[in-house]
Every structure is written in C-alpha cells, then in structure tokens.
Design a protein around this ligand. Structure first.
Ligand SMILES: O=C(O)[C@@H](O)C(=O)CO
Ligand SMILES: [Mg+2]
Length: 277
C-alpha cells in the first residue's frame, strides 16, 4: 500500500519540471569505501556527485573515477582542519590563519578545476575564542573578496553557506541574509549562495519565502530533513511544496543530497522517483 506522502508527492509532481539531484559522497553510499561510491552512485542513477574533501586523493585519480562512471563533479569544499581543531569548520573567518586559508583556496581551485567542478564552497569557520564577531566577520569578508579575485577567470564560482547554530555553534554565517550580504558586498558574479534547506529549517524556517527572496544569489541547493538529517520524508519539512517551489522558480542548478540515509542509501532513495521521472 502506498503511503499518504507518496500520493501528496505525486500530486505535486504531475506538472513539475524535472529537478537535478546529485549524490554527496560523504553522506550517501557510505556502505562502500570512498572510491567505490562513484560506481555505486552511477549504478543508482546519479549523473553527478559532490563531496567536501578530495584532498587525500590525487585530482587525476578522482577525475578518472568520475569519467569511468559517467559522473560530473558539482562541488568541493575548501580544506578544513581535523575534528576538534579550531579550523574544523573552515578557515575563512580566522584572523590568525590567513596564510593557511589562502593556500586552501588555491588548492580548492586547483581541485575544482581539475575535476571540472563549477563550484568551490569556501567554508566560513568558527569564530575563535578571544576574537569578536565583528573582527571575525571583517576578516571573513576580506578573505572571501580575496578568494573571488583568485577565482576570476578559472570558471569556478565560490559558494557561501550559512550553517545552523545547533550543529555549528559559533559558525560565522548563521542566516541566509548574512551570506547574501557578503556576496553583495564582494560584488561579483563569482560568489553566490549555497542554500541548505536543512540548516535553514533549523534556524530560520519559512523555507519557500527564503528560497524566493535569495533566489537570484543561489547557485546551489542542498537537502536533508531535520531533526535527524535523514532523507526527505523522514522529518519535518514539507518537501512536495518545497520541490514544487524550486521547480516553478525555474531553478536549473543541482540539488545536493547531503543527508544520512535512515537505513541504507538505496532503501532511502524512493522519495526521489517522483521528481526525476
Ligand atoms: O551543510 C554542511 O554540513 C555542508 O554543506 C558543509 O559543507 C559543511 O562544511
Ligand atoms: Mg550543507
């Protein structure tokens, strides 16, 4: 028997243009070791992937995995420090790490270029102890402007993502408005928003209004269902309405599946059928 969710999704999907979902290989297909996730994603029907950290592999090796499996790379992140370190959520707002941040941006641009990825997510970072929010924010804006200058001419655009305060307390960006303001201040088409509906729901809500308000700045979307960050349909977000609004908006970019499957990756992909037929 079909669930009520199935029928409500079907209702929204009848006239909905097809949406494009990519697999985040940090979160999906973790039943396999990292390099085998490319083939698993392609076998499941994905044509594009994203993952935050390519840096422990040679770019040429990753490019071969993409090509062998007929996949596009959508994004990588700038390098982040190890768990527990002050740089674990990125370096862009840390006044004492500017040299390391710049090296990371250049490395990220190299990988994004080698992998053919259109986007480099410049991860904002946690405000360090003893540094005021204003000081960290000023450093963040200066650092994003520097990165935008490096990205010019590479074909790679930079993404800024606000993260929720429950999972990432002290993160430099905690609203979409802040992210949009920074993109505006930097003032170039090389910088835009990565809007993650999971973070948005936890801290701000009013998802469709926010999506429409910032649509002109949005270059990439990510999804997961709070509170548990599992696949759509397992939590509190009304996905049929969200996906209908995204489709109706004319958004043609990728939507990154950045969720922890509740059971297995394949068992958790059923929700997508209604939107990709
Ligand atoms: O939402 C997230 O956790 C990611 O998009 C990310 O890149 C964290 O740095
Ligand atoms: Mg995200």
């Amino acid at each position: 028997m079909r669930s009520p969710l199935h029928y409500s999704m079907l209702r929204y999907s009848i006239s909905m243009p097809t949406l494009r979902f990519d697999a985040n290989l940090k979160w999906l297909f973790t039943e396999h070791e990292f390099e085998a996730r490319f083939e698993a994603a392609a076998s499941a029907g994905f044509t594009a992937v994203e993952y935050p950290s390519p840096y422990e592999y040679e770019a040429a090796h990753l490019a071969r995995l993409l090509a062998d499996n007929g996949l596009e790379q959508v994004l990588v992140n700038t390098p982040m420090g190890p768990p527990g370190s002050p740089t674990r959520q990125g370096l862009a707002c840390l006044p004492d790490h500017v040299g390391e941040y710049r090296d990371g941006v250049l490395r990220g641009l190299e990988y994004a270029t080698a992998l053919g990825a259109p986007f480099l997510h410049v991860v904002g970072g946690l405000i360090p102890d003893g540094v005021s929010r204003d000081r960290a924010f000023a450093q963040y804006v200066a650092n994003i402007a520097w990165a935008a200058a490096q990205a010019a001419g590479t074909g790679v655009r930079l993404l800024l993502e606000a993260q929720n305060k429950r999972d990432a307390p002290g993160f430099i960006l905690d609203t979409q408005e802040q992210a949009a303001d920074v993109a505006e201040a930097v003032g170039t088409e090389h910088v835009g928003l990565l809007l993650d509906f999971y973070h948005l729901q936890i801290d701000e809500g009013d998802l469709i209004t926010a999506f429409r308000r910032f649509q002109d700045r949005i270059l990439h979307l990510q999804i997961a269902d709070p509170p548990s960050r599992n696949e759509p349909g397992t939590g509190e977000i009304g996905w049929p309405a969200i996906f209908a609004a995204v489709a109706e908006s004319g958004y043609t970019g990728w939507i990154g599946c950045e969720y922890r499957p509740r059971t297995t990756t394949l068992a958790g992909l059923g929700w997508m059928r209604e939107y990709t037929a």
